[in-house]
Write a protein that binds this ligand. Structure first.
Ligand code: GUN
Ligand code: FE
Length: 442
């Protein structure tokens, strides 16, 4: 028998596409060597003797990808929510992140973060650490141990930080980044590095140039922030006067997705043949038409962070427009701009803020539906990792088992209603099992 072959049996839900969910009651999701072999109402002959883990009528759904969050900020989540971005960074975030120079503090704080992330509704995540190399490696060691699949970035920042939170020069920052990449080479199975210039105000042109070189040398993806807040956008214009718009200030250094070669249609940045630079930009609340066009043309992923955009009053991103244009959109908690690690909550927030945008700002842009928000949390963000976020054959087997029996009801309800209730009412108690790439995590 093959090494890793089993089935989960229960009430299976996943996205067929952006607009439709599939519900398969009393069905089997088969995992074969870490990949999904499909969903079946009866086990096919070739699988009839494999171990079956019977989950009764519990829901089995694909894992969620948190496309943007900050591990060091988990320590103070839920505080300091009365400020806008730039004041929030200077008065709260930077002094807090400076503490990760101390490895014993980092160990204490990151243990809590990793343990909570492991027990959350997240199976994959793209994570900012801090500028500190040793603490970033410690975080990566802990995440590897957790069984989750993650991308982690040592943050780059060589200007406009706090005295205690800024690298000495562009060269020092680049050198430390190279050292980090060398030190972790071959060390992990499911923890990957991602280049992380914090945002344009934190990185000089010289540093961006160096990061562009490192990206092309190591072929690793990029994550950063884009067009989150009006004050931030105006500042970028001052700092980078030759840029046509904020996204151009990354593109000038080759840090903004994949430039299509002539006659090449880019649908998946990771599979493009030339100049591949898979990129996640968090927020994109106030992107201009030109910026949005470049996001589309270069296959940049948008991490939509509705809770954070509400908490630090950044605004409401035009997600209906992005979805209708066929952009890659995933969801991020952006802890600690967002206070909650729950990706179910991110789904609820994405739906709720889209209703406010529709009602108050633009009635041509219909609200986001449950189907669309669920898609963003699964395939939308998951596809940054490859074939992730579905139970269709060939997808990596990331699954969560949800026991919703504490969400009581006096009447029969549909499977879709059960899923929708979990979006609004779930907490950690509802998660009773989690698999990533076929590995049992909890
Ligand atoms: N822009 C630059 N740094 C940050 C950060 O830590 N959080 C958020 N939300 N935006 C940023
Ligand atoms: Fe962020």
């Amino acid at each position: 028998m093959k090494k890793d072959l089993f089935a989960l049996k229960g009430t299976i839900c996943y996205s067929k596409n952006q607009k439709e969910l599939v519900f398969a009651e009393n069905s089997y999701a088969v995992c074969e060597n870490g990949l999904c072999a499909g969903v079946f109402s009866q086990l096919p002959e070739e699988y009839k003797d494999i171990p079956v883990k019977d989950m009764g009528d519990r829901l089995i759904i694909p894992g969620f990808t948190d496309l943007h969050l900050h591990a060091p900020q988990y320590a103070y989540r839920g505080t300091g929510m009365d400020l806008e971005l730039l004041d929030w960074l200077n008065t709260i975030t930077f002094p807090q992140e400076a503490k990760y120079a101390d490895l014993s503090y980092a160990k204490k704080a990151y243990s809590i973060f990793v343990d909570d992330l492991k027990h959350s509704f997240t199976t994959r995540a793209c994570i900012f650490a801090t500028l500190h190399r040793p603490a970033t490696e410690l975080l990566m060691d802990m995440l590897e141990e957790s069984g989750l699949t993650t991308m982690v970035g040592k943050v780059n920042m060589d200007r406009n930080g706090a005295p205690e939170l800024q690298e000495k020069s562009a060269q020092a920052s680049a050198q430390d980044t190279r050292q980090w990449l060398e030190e972790i080479k071959g060390r992990y199975d499911h923890t990957y590095p991602i280049l992380t210039p914090r945002f344009t105000p934190s990185c000089t042109d010289e540093l961006m140039t160096e990061l562009g070189k490192i990206q092309r040398e190591y072929h690793i993806p990029i994550q950063s922030h884009l067009s989150e807040n009006f004050g931030e956008i105006a500042w970028v214009k001052e700092l980078c006067p030759t840029s046509r718009f904020y996204g151009d200030a990354y593109d000038m250094f080759g840090l903004f997705g994949t430039k299509p070669a002539a006659n090449e249609e880019v649908s998946n940045p990771a599979s493009a043949s030339s100049n591949t630079c898979p990129t996640i930009m968090a927020h994109c609340v106030h992107s201009t038409d030109e910026e949005i066009q470049m996001i589309k043309d270069q296959g940049v992923y948008i991490a939509h962070c509705p809770e954070s955009n509400t908490d630090i009053a950044s605004g409401i991103a035009p997600i209906r427009r992005y979805l209708d244009m066929g952009l890659h959109v995933g969801l991020g908690t952006d802890v600690a701009g967002g206070f909650s690690l729950s990706m179910f909550r991110a789904i609820a927030d994405a739906i709720q803020v889209s209703k406010l945008r529709w009602r108050l700002m633009d009635q041509t842009q219909a609200p986001v539906t449950l189907e669309e928000a669920f898609y963003m949390a699964t395939i939308g963000g998951g596809s940054f990792f490859g074939k992730v976020g579905s139970f269709e054959k060939g997808y990596e087997f990331d699954a969560m088992i949800l026991d919703d029996s504490n969400i009581r009801h006096p009447q029969e309800i549909s499977t879709r209603d059960r899923l929708e209730r979990l979006v609004y009412l779930s907490d950690d108690r509802n998660l009773v099992g989690k698999y990533v790439q076929g590995r049992k995590v909890i």
